[in-house]
Design a protein around this ligand. Structure first.
Ligand code: GLC
Ligand code: CA
Length: 536
């Protein structure tokens, strides 16, 4: 029987790096692969054991590199394929795995396949992309098309921006002649090409992939049945040839994604309410005017609303794999927006003590701000979350020696902006606490990915929130008060002593032999309840 997931995932803590903004090794103003290698010691010190790199392949960068023009080549501005192989090895020596970003659904319009596909004369790539049968196609489709672009008489389907034409994996239920079935040789060829790309980078030393828009592969696919079938083929290939490799999806539906063979699935705010109910909306327009999540000092959120969805997702994952919540990513308004450092610390305490596989977005561990910036490379509101990492007090916050005007994006201009060096010196900084939380999680199986999770005290529109994590003999109680005022939880002591697993769906509140926890404003507590005499 194949294993559910590689063993290293059970205590994995990921760190996401946006390559142009991490560290610039050659002073041209843009972060690069050698720069990431130069900062691996920092990541080892922080205690993470895995990195996810946003796309680092050849691209015209009309969407931050999610518009690839050559899957087999590192973007020259980031370095060479040799550099990337060196990164894999250098990270491995420090116990860190590196996963890449796989963009299976679309390429750049600059990709040679697409250029060929645009031609009037039939060729190998004519059906590599999805084309309608009219260049002047002003009919209504469920699919978005770009009209009037190509020499051939057809309009191409896009997945995101106009510059990202959809690769052709076929239609589960074709309704027009131009919609090819998934079994069509051209669609099968697309699939083989994707497998080849994956094998190329796995052979080079990549530890797996974060898969972009994983649910949108096969079109007109009710229940994603054909899409799921395709990812299962990919997973079978990994299990057979690369059993240590990991696949994580941008899908936001763990039940479907795990069935499709992904080891974990991101819970993104626009598709799944978990992130929003916990952290508030982080989409366009900033965070201040949007509904608050539970982790908010105004105490406006509702933990029971979060648990309703979260426990359901967790149940779907049990015995199948994981789900992933993140502090942020390259598509979201930074966590710091509208929040104090103390609030951030409480959030890290939650994300690093929940089950699943947590992801930390670079810079969130020091509380970097979301900047108000004009669009860069298709970032739009997301641009403000992609600014250079702030390392120290030197020029450009230690990110690059280039003149200010040549930087990929400006550094946070605030004089007192947070830096890694500044927070390493201060034992009470956010960074030090994040490091302690990561170490605690990785030391104790009860707190890591697979540990059981049971709410102990969670009431509608009230604080605090108390939960138990358990695995084997280990038991930890976590209490969270995000609100700006004191809070008290009272519950039955038996809840903590019961040897049986607690009913997962039921939020338990009891009278009788009570325990109460009193908490100050914006605070958290993690209590080790492991009874060292038990089980003897
Ligand atoms: C994903 C990426 C996002 C990109 C889009 C199109 O959502 O995270 O940054 O713009 O896919 O590839
Ligand atoms: Ca550089």
């Amino acid at each position: 029987m194949t294993k559910l997931y590689p063993a290293w995932l059970s205590d994995a803590v990921f760190y996401q790096i946006y390559p142009p903004s991490f560290y610039d090794s050659n002073g041209d103003g843009i972060g690069d692969i050698k720069g990431i290698i130069a900062r691996l010691d920092y990541l080892q010190w922080l205690g993470v054991n895995a990195i996810w790199l946003n796309p680092c392949f050849a691209s015209p960068f009309r969407d931050g590199g999610y518009d690839i023009s050559d899957y087999y080549r590192v973007a020259p501005r980031y370095g060479t394929n040799v550099d990337l192989r060196r990164l894999f090895r250098a990270a491995e020596r420090r116990g860190i795995r590196v996963i890449l970003d796989l963009v299976p659904g679309h390429t750049s319009v600059d990709h040679p396949w697409f250029r060929q596909s645009c031609r009037a004369q039939r060729n190998k790539y004519t059906d590599r992309y999805i084309w309608t049968d009219q260049g002047m196609d002003f009919r209504r489709h469920d699919l978005r098309t770009v009209n009037g672009y190509a020499e051939r008489d057809g309009s191409y389907v896009t997945n995101f921006f106009w510059s990202q034409p959809a690769l052709n994996y076929g239609f589960a239920k074709p309704t027009q002649l131009w919609q090819l079935p998934v079994t069509h040789p051209a669609c099968q060829a697309t699939r083989r090409e994707l497998m080849k790309i994956m094998r190329y980078w796995l052979d080079a030393g990549a530890a797996g992939f974060r898969v972009d828009m994983a649910s949108s592969i096969v079109k007109n696919d009710p229940g994603h049945r054909q899409t799921i079938a395709w990812w299962r083929e990919v997973r079978a290939m990994l299990d057979a040839k690369y059993p240590q490799a990991m696949l994580i999806s941008e899908w936001s539906n763990p039940a479907a994604a795990l069935r499709a063979g992904f080891h974990s699935d991101f819970l993104l705010p626009w598709e799944n309410p978990c992130h929003k109910l916990l952290l508030g909306a982080r989409g366009p327009g900033g965070a201040s005017d949007q509904p608050a999540g539970f982790l908010d000092r105004r105490g406006r959120g509702d933990i029971t609303a979060f648990l309703d969805v979260y426990l359901d997702c967790l149940r779907q994952c049990r015995g199948r794999g994981f789900m992933s919540l993140m502090t942020g990513n390259h598509d979201l308004v930074r966590l710091r927006q509208g929040r104090t450092m103390a609030e951030l610390e409480v959030i890290f305490a939650v994300l690093l003590t929940l089950p699943g596989i947590p992801f930390i977005y670079y810079g969130d561990e020091i509380g970097m701000k979301h900047l108000d910036l004009p669009n860069k490379e298709g970032g739009y509101f997301r641009t403000g979350a992609r600014t250079p990492m702030q390392w120290d007090g030197s020029r450009n916050a230690g990110f690059s020696t280039a003149p200010k005007g040549k930087l990929y994006l400006p550094v946070d201009p605030a004089k007192n902006h947070p830096t890694v060096a500044g927070q390493q010196e201060n034992s009470n900084s956010l960074l030090q606490h994040v490091r302690d939380l990561i170490a605690l999680r990785r030391k104790h199986p009860a707190l890591s990915g697979e540990g059981e999770f049971a709410p102990i005290y969670a009431r509608k529109q009230a604080c605090p929130f108390v939960y138990l994590r358990r695995k084997g003999r280990e038991r930890f109680l976590v209490a969270i008060n995000p609100a700006n005022k004191p809070a008290r939880a009272r519950f039955d002591a038996k809840l903590l002593q019961s040897g049986k697993p607690l009913a997962p769906k039921k939020i338990l509140v009891a009278t009788g032999d009570q325990i109460s926890i009193d908490m100050g404003p914006v605070s958290y507590a993690i209590m080790d309840l492991t009874d060292s005499t038990a089980g003897r």
